[in-house]
Design a protein around this ligand. Sequence first.
Ligand SMILES: Nc1ncnc2c1ncn2[C@@H]1O[C@H](COP(=O)(O)OP(=O)(O)O)[C@@H](O)[C@H]1O
Ligand SMILES: [Mg+2]
Length: 498
Amino acid sequence: MLGLFRKRRRAVREPSDLLALPLLHWSRDDAWTLRDAVEGTLILGATGSGKTSGSGRLIARTMLSCGFGGLVLTAKSDERALWEGYCRDTNRLDDLVVVGADGAHRFNFLAHELTRQGAGAGLTENIVMLFENVMEIKDRNRRTSGGSDDGSFWRDRGLMGLRCAVDILALATGSVSVPELVKVFLSAPTSPAQVCDPKFQEASSCFRSIKAADAKSKTPRQQHDFGVACDHFLLEWVALAERTRSTIQATVLGWLDPFNRGLLREMFCTDTTLTPEAVQDGKIILIDLPVKEFGEVGQFAQVLWKYCTQKQLERRNVQENPRPAFIWADEAQHFLTSYDFQFQATCRSSWVATVLLSQNYSNFVAALGGNEKGRVETDSLLANLNTKVFHGNSDPVTNEWASRLIGRTLQCRASGNHSHAADDQVSALLGLDWVRENGTTSGGFSEVMEAEVEPREFTRLRTGGPPSWIVDGIVFQNGKVFNASGRGWLPVQFNQKA
Ligand SMILES: Nc1ncnc2c1ncn2[C@@H]1O[C@H](COP(=O)(O)OP(=O)(O)O)[C@@H](O)[C@H]1O
Ligand SMILES: [Mg+2]
């Protein structure tokens, strides 16, 4: 299998043929193909229901043994050992690259974005989007810990400033770094008098960068963007009320700060030893900064890796490099951003098998903001994860949702009834009431729409452990009729020890 996905030197098979390859079988007659895999997978179940050790384990090992590259995000500290085990069993240990707190693997994301090959390389918007993704997590964490929800004005203004600062620095020096971005914001003029003061101009890093950028030759687009950036710092910024300006400045510095010190600086703002391109060469990058241990730092690092890997995989040409890749997130709610639903809606042609594991539907809504927008984004994201595996769950919202998703069918019901007059107690006691003429008997059939799988069924699924080590799951794939069940869903038993 591994050989099929190597870079195409000789055209052995058309990549589109590969999509029909069965990767695993849910039943003897029902295969899960590469096409199914790259259409995304969602695994839902309560804690301890067997997500990790049941369906998760089977799918992970399948993708490893089929030669996928991948990115593994971690929430718990035991996930590294788990994946080392999977890789050992599937002979992929040589491909496993662990990015850990030792800083041995570093990825300067700003330099990489600015210098990488390919369409769209070096665009300011991409760099700002990188920050925006991480900032979404930061804003969300602040909200859930009781902070204010009303940050959109500051966020938008901050992003605008960041965009201008990136443009100026990229033009002036050909590079963008977090410390330089910080300097631009700390030394931007705050009054019209400063803008005209030669002493200030000399001392201000922001001003020096503007001058250096001004001296560089530019394409018409760069010239336009540079004009906008100059207007921003030399006209708009100085005209802002002091409180407004300092709040925007504090907002941007708050975003940049985590990358300007400690582990994140070392991992993302020094040199580069590993990039997301490794995934398409068949490496399995595991980010061993579990959220439970590293908190927000672990989240930032993993969201950044996820976003950069998604962008990288989206850009590749599967005709030239048909090796599929997976992005794996157990406890996926820690790593979700709004970009995920956009990515999932458009990534089919990039052959990326996203696998998200979580406890329930509400986790996704909460992670995406907890509001109506979050619900819409959740529905879009989950609709674009075509294979769904439901394990035991007692969450009514998830069980109702899953039941509705699987759908309703017309069910035939037989009914019968007999009644007799209340005063004929003697006949009734003798059991002869049916012989009376005035007793009535009725019967018939009715057709009713009923759930194929009632919500309560999800509370009865087995969750593994001794003695059977069997985890029950209900597999649903949109638009598919399973041969083994003749229905759009299939009960599957996963053996934890297989
Ligand atoms: N190696 C193991 N030994 C004993 N029990 C296990 C082992 N792995 C999992 N289990 C049990 O199987 C069940 C499912 O576990 P797990 O797959 O981790 O659930 P989830 O990922 O849904 O939280 C749990 O009851 C857990 O205690
Ligand atoms: Mg688990």
